[in-house]
Design a protein around this ligand. Structure first.
Ligand SMILES: Cc1cc2nc3c(=O)[nH]c(=O)nc-3n(C[C@H](O)[C@H](O)[C@H](O)COP(=O)(O)OP(=O)(O)OC[C@H]3O[C@@H](n4cnc5c(N)ncnc54)[C@H](O)[C@@H]3O)c2cc1C
Length: 346
């Protein structure tokens, strides 16, 4: 019997990631179930090929042709694992759209994901990155994650504790390429208890008839006012992580920049200076600023040629070089080294 998947060669993947820069894969395949994934991994292993697992492509910047096999994870599905009066555990296929999952849960009375509406990408990518927004994080609802080990081809279930979640990090990200997430179980509440601690959401506290859909709609409105629409403009969201700095650094910079915002990490207490503020107030070259920074938010790098058929094949590299210049400039001006949150794929 022929396998139910087709491995394509020299495939253009520009449409399959949100930055929208040209990106070719030597080999490409889309898988829709776990058996196909095992078969494909077995082929790649037999041919000693590099693999790259692609979700929604919303946290990557491709800079060169990928020499190896790109596997698009399109494993879909949702099923109830267990349920009682107050909670439900649902298993979601790793290839499900994250935003659609948030909408579906809010509509069906399963709560806990509302603040993470409109984050692009898949359920699998979300757990790898431990996504978060507006004081919510996916790790708060995960009960287990099903994976295939790409080296041994063994299936395994990781409990929440075994996932080793940290700020925008997990065991799957720390061991990139080793685990392919096939599904994620989330524990959701049947009692709506909104998280309205983020300042712009506080006004909703006054609404006695607030619904999950109201919160989702507010989050969508906030995000649309701050971030570019990735369907129109190429981006992967926040390009750099907000740096954690020591007290000495905060004291030194606060003397010089009285208006510099400083936050504390709610879990670790570490001081955080917003990377966007540092970039905004650095002496970054005007041309780089105008070409690559989103005017409403300096932390967001953009590709304004997303729909330009004449875009250079090297445009991903250009954005990467711009990010290097930003890192150097911020380091020179403030003594802080920014780290990329977006994965550079070569
Ligand atoms: C406009 C915009 C706004 C954003 N806002 C936020 C935000 O508020 N908060 C936030 O946390 N993030 C945000 N992001 C970043 C991004 O959406 C998330 O990190 C998202 O979860 C990435 O998922 P993905 O499926 O697109 O992963 P991809 O970009 O496809 O992949 C990212 C990494 O995960 C790996 N991966 C993907 N799927 C799997 C799998 N099934 N198994 C194993 N590895 C896998 C890939 O190999 C790669 O290493 C934003 C991005 C954009 C474009």
């Amino acid at each position: 019997m022929l396998p139910a998947f087709e491995i394509e060669q020299n495939k253009q993947l520009r449409e399959l990631h949100t930055f929208g820069v040209p990106w070719r894969a030597q080999f490409f395949v889309s898988v829709t179930d776990r058996q196909q994934l095992v078969d494909v991994l077995e082929i790649a292993r037999g041919q000693s090929q590099n693999i790259f697992v692609l979700g929604g492509g919303s946290n990557i910047l491709p800079t060169a042709t990928f020499h190896g096999l790109v596997i698009a994870n399109n494993i879909s599905g949702r099923s109830v694992v267990s349920e009682n009066e107050s909670e439900i555990v649902i298993e979601f296929g790793a290839g499900e759209s994250w935003h659609d999952t948030v909408l579906w849960c809010a509509e069906h009375g399963y709560y806990g994901l509302e603040n993470m509406a409109l984050i692009p990408g898949t359920v699998g990518g979300a757990v790898v990155q431990n996504i978060g927004a507006y004081d919510s994080e996916i790790s708060q609802t995960v009960t287990s994650v099903a994976v295939i080990n790409a080296d041994t081809l063994q299936f395994a279930d990781y409990t929440r504790e075994q996932c080793d979640f940290e700020y925008r990090n997990s065991i799957f990200k720390k061991n990139r390429g080793q685990y392919v997430v096939t599904s994620v179980c989330l524990r959701l509440s049947k009692q709506f208890s909104p998280v309205l601690t983020y300042e712009p959401l506080r006004k909703l506290q006054k609404n006695n008839e607030l619904t999950a859909t109201d919160v989702v709609n507010e989050i969508i409105a906030i995000r649309q006012s701050k971030l570019p629409d990735w369907n129109m403009v190429g981006t992967a969201g926040s390009f750099f992580a907000n740096p954690r700095v020591d007290e000495k650094m905060v004291r030194r910079l606060s003397k010089q920049y009285k208006e510099m915002p400083v936050f504390s990490d709610k879990q670790t207490g570490q001081k955080i200076i917003p990377a966007g503020w540092l970039i905004e107030h650095s002496k970054l070259d005007k041309k780089i600023r105008e070409k690559f920074l989103y005017p409403k938010h300096a932390l967001v790098l953009v590709n304004n040629q997303k729909h330009d058929p004449k875009i250079s094949d090297k445009y991903g590299k250009e954005i990467y070089h711009a990010s290097k210049m930003i890192i150097n400039r911020v380091h020179k001006d403030f003594g802080i080294t920014l780290e990329r949150e977006v994965l550079i794929v070569e």
